[in-house]
Design a binder for this molecule. Sequence first.
Ligand code: SF4
Length: 346
Amino acid sequence: MRPISDLTEAELIAWLVARGEPRYRAAQLRRHMARGASSFESLTDIPQELRRTLAAELRWSSVEPVAEAASADGETRKVLLRLADGKSIESVLMPHHGERNAVCISTQAGCAMGCAFCATGEMGLQRNLTAGEIVDQVRHWQAALSASGERVSHVVYMGMGEPLHNYEPTVASLRMLADRTLFGISPRRITVSTCGVVNRMDALAAEGLPINLAVSLHGPSDGVRGEIMPINRKWGVEELLAACARYVARTKRRITLEYVLLAGVNDAEPQATELAALVARHGRLADFHVNLIPVNAGPGGFRRPKAERMERFAAALEEAGLAATLRISKGQDILAGCGQLKVEQR
Ligand code: SF4
């Protein structure tokens, strides 16, 4: 059975019309989908007969929650979701002092990219998710939040998988999230993170979606980056930064460079200077922002640098004219921090 989230608006209308139902039911159903209703049965403004037919022929969601964990401070929540074929993915809710509810979603079960510090990379790629499976993670959290009258306000594509390695479903899901008749989340509140799939970055720039792009750099040179990110063998740092510059030129959006700090690998002050010089060779420093992420416990045996060393690295970037923020990622006690998502697949 297909999940309703995998039907486009036109397909849903055709499905309804084929069963003698009015077209406007499609808008009603889509509104319920995005607002956190829990089942076809709960849609009391839809005639009972139609609800029965819907439940018999379509699935309300493509993801089924199996287990949930909350961090000790109760803020970050991680859910294990089972897909129809038994594969599992993880998704994280990161509320921020009642001001916003950010959701971190997966685009693949596992990941093929093999970054050395990443638990998801250790799994290898199980399969790509459909657009419905991607947005159903947002629907899962929206349903959880709707009880308290809250909404998912921000979405980050930083969960399991490389979004641009599953390009079409990722773009389709972005359009669904931004669609005002569905979720209506401003593209400026949506961030896609890539490890640097250069050809797809160019394609994304041409989609006309004013989303935020985060690029995982993690090293200032091919020598360092190539050691920890296999994708660097295909597209080196110069090619990657050139693609970033093209993205900025086309979209007029700033790019976030993600940089995980690994003690003794990429955290020396001269490497900060090298990083700023790399960016400057390709674009204006003002068009970039560096997110410094102390590594979380995970594969590769990497260690987090001492706080003062991380602060010196951040200061060196700032001195070179590159804005930087040192971030402590949330949810580490439930393995929901950056690079920590992993599930055992059957
Ligand atoms: S960091 Fe991202 S791209 Fe790299 S292996 Fe992990 S999930 Fe894949």
